[in-house]
Design a protein around this ligand. Sequence first.
Ligand SMILES: Cc1cc2nc3c(=O)[nH]c(=O)nc-3n(C[C@H](O)[C@H](O)[C@H](O)COP(=O)(O)OP(=O)(O)OC[C@H]3O[C@@H](n4cnc5c(N)ncnc54)[C@H](O)[C@@H]3O)c2cc1C
Length: 230
Amino acid sequence: MAISVLLVASTPEPDRTVAAAARLCYSNASAGDLVEEMKGEDISRFIGHLRGSGHLSPFEHAVFTFAVDGISRVCTHQLVRHRLASYSQQSQRYVEMTQPEAVIPPSISSDPVAKEIFTRTIRESHGAYKALVEAGIPREDARYVLPHGWMTKIVVTMNARELHHFFSMRLCRRAQWEIRVLAREMLSLVREKAPSLFSLAGPDCVARGRCFESRPCGSPFSSVEEVLSG
Ligand SMILES: Cc1cc2nc3c(=O)[nH]c(=O)nc-3n(C[C@H](O)[C@H](O)[C@H](O)COP(=O)(O)OP(=O)(O)OC[C@H]3O[C@@H](n4cnc5c(N)ncnc54)[C@H](O)[C@@H]3O)c2cc1C
């Protein structure tokens, strides 16, 4: 099963909400009036100004919830290191792992010998898991024999400020391929929903015009479109 990422919920009119919240800082008008008043062009100009000046707290008013299926526990372990977010992950304590299901990295799936070793090991681990469960071992203990690449499902909620930070780290070529695939899907979804907030999002080479890594990859992206094309 391939990765699937859905945007299941988000702040209605995220661009407008962020722009109106930020305008409130500099206006006598009420937040309600500002939400009504702001026009499309004002909104994108204002959001551009916020990004440029580093006044990013208004970005926290726009929130996005994603349902992610078909990723590995390797990837979710990297994902949940991002602390300014909320997570709900399928439990291996309560849900029995009935099938051998793991994410196969491209370096392995493209090599027939490696793929055979990998799939055999996954099947064997799952066989050991089933045997332990059948012998009365609790699922929460039997799962210790399952590998890192085991497939999982997770729901994640992040605000737009944290998403920018997440994209800057996880769309960089130095991040691992699987979380980059996840981050690309997430960016593509939020760009549809909030084009002004995410017109310029991605690794620092794109979003900030230069790389801050001590060991740069040597092939910076030239545009968000290039990042999204993989
Ligand atoms: C390419 C790559 C390689 C990595 N390799 C490793 C590795 O080898 N080992 C490893 O352990 N991790 C590794 N990581 C994970 C990394 O160290 C971070 O834990 C992860 O990316 C989450 O980022 P964060 O802490 O900036 O952000 P978040 O948790 O998303 O927080 C966002 C920002 O909020 C602020 N913040 C959040 N919590 C605190 C706090 N408690 N105190 C102060 N400020 C806070 C910080 O400014 C932070 O940048 C790697 C990440 C990448 C992208």
